[in-house]
Write a protein of this length. Structure first.
Length: 241
């Protein structure tokens, strides 16, 4: 019973996950047996040097890529056994992605960029409501070129959260931003975690971002070196840049 309760509180768990890109002499072992449990509703930061496997794990948990071996579970369902169409449905209905470069459509307004998602996802909120959550309701009709980098990233976050994702994956979300816009973006992520209850996983090589996480997973050389629970989380405003 105790085990069952524990399992039902997990967003993800993995067992001995490996990933090898390429073959033969060109093969790169990106993950070397990753076993981890991610509780629902937490903000988790994956920290480590470039090339240590963080994005690879994020992409596998986000259903963008498949592991070479091992198992991954999303809320007790075996993600690693999903068919391609099950993975597509999983991404569409449960997962939001935010990348370092915002990937907005330049010919669409902020609102239209968000609507690209709200029109296909089930349980989506209104595009304007999503823009309101990131503090950009009054910029709904602006094109990406009329917005600053931080504002564009907030539109990308609005697009990702509009479907009310169970999980939000962020890969270097503040990597291209200066300190004050970076903090504003982290504040938005903190609000999403609190208000929508989404589990958030953030890949970064910036140790400062880790200070606002519930849990920090330290990566090195394709594996987990250490997992540290943060007893004293900082707010986005308290983070030094
Ligand atoms: P991180 O996110 O920690 O920077 P990655 O997960 O992106 O690390 O990469 C881990 C390793 O896998 C690196 O050596 C990287 O070069 C390699 N890698 C990542 N994606 C690919 C790919 N599509 N093809 C070949 N090698 C890759």
């Amino acid at each position: 019973m105790v085990t069952e309760n524990k399992v039902s509180t997990l967003a993800f768990s993995t067992q001995n996950l490996t990933k090898i890109y390429g073959e033969g002499s060109a093969a790169v072992q990106a993950l070397r047996g990753v076993t981890i449990e991610i509780p629902k509703g937490e903000m988790v930061v994956l920290l480590g040097p470039s090339g240590s496997g963080k994005s690879t794990l994020l992409n596998i948990l986000g259903g963008l890529d498949r592991a070479s071996s091992g198992k991954a579970y999303f809320e007790q369902r075996e993600l690693s056994a999903f068919t391609d169409s099950e993975l597509t449905r999983y991404r569409r209905n449960h997962v939001g992605f935010v990348f370092q470069f915002y990937n907005l459509m330049p010919s669409l307004t902020a609102k239209e960029n968000v609507e690209l998602v709200t029109e296909i996802a089930t349980n989506a909120m209104d595009a304007e409501e999503a823009l309101g959550l990131v503090g950009l309701k009054n910029r709904a009709d602006h094109f990406p070129s009329q917005l600053s980098g931080g504002e564009q990233q907030r539109v990308a976050i609005a697009r990702a959260i509009a479907k009310q994702p169970t999980v939000l994956f962020c890969d270097e979300p503040t990597g291209a931003l200066d300190s004050s816009t970076g903090r504003a973006v982290l504040r938005v992520l903190q609000n999403v975690n609190k208000e929508l209850g989404s589990t958030i996983m953030i890949v970064t090589h910036a140790a400062n971002t880790a200070k606002m996480a519930d849990r920090v997973v330290h990566f090195a050389d394709g594996g987990i070196r250490e997992i540290v629970q943060n007893c004293h989380k900082l707010s986005a405003e308290e983070i030094e840049w």
